[in-house]
Ligand binder design. Sequence first.
Ligand SMILES: [Fe+2]
Length: 83
Amino acid sequence: MPFFEPLEKLNPKHVNLERARKSLREELEAIDFYQERIDATNDETLKKILAHNMNEEKEHTAMLIEWIRKNDPTQDKVFKEHD
Ligand SMILES: [Fe+2]
C-alpha cells in the first residue's frame, strides 16, 4: 500500500514508523491465516508445520512491536501506563 501523502512531504522517521506498522498488520494477518488453516486441515503433519510457521509470525510481531516502542515514545509510554 502506497503512502497517501507525497513522500517528500513526510518526515522520514514517520515513514519508517508507518512501514513498521504496516508490517505489523501483515504479520497479524498472517497469524490469522495460519490459525484458520491449522483448524481446518485434517492432516496432522501439515497442522504441525503450519503451527510452527504461525509461531514464527508471532515472533515477528514481537520484534516489530519492540521496534515501534523504541521509536515512538508515546506508544512506549502507553504500554507502560495503560489500565
Ligand atoms: Fe513474518
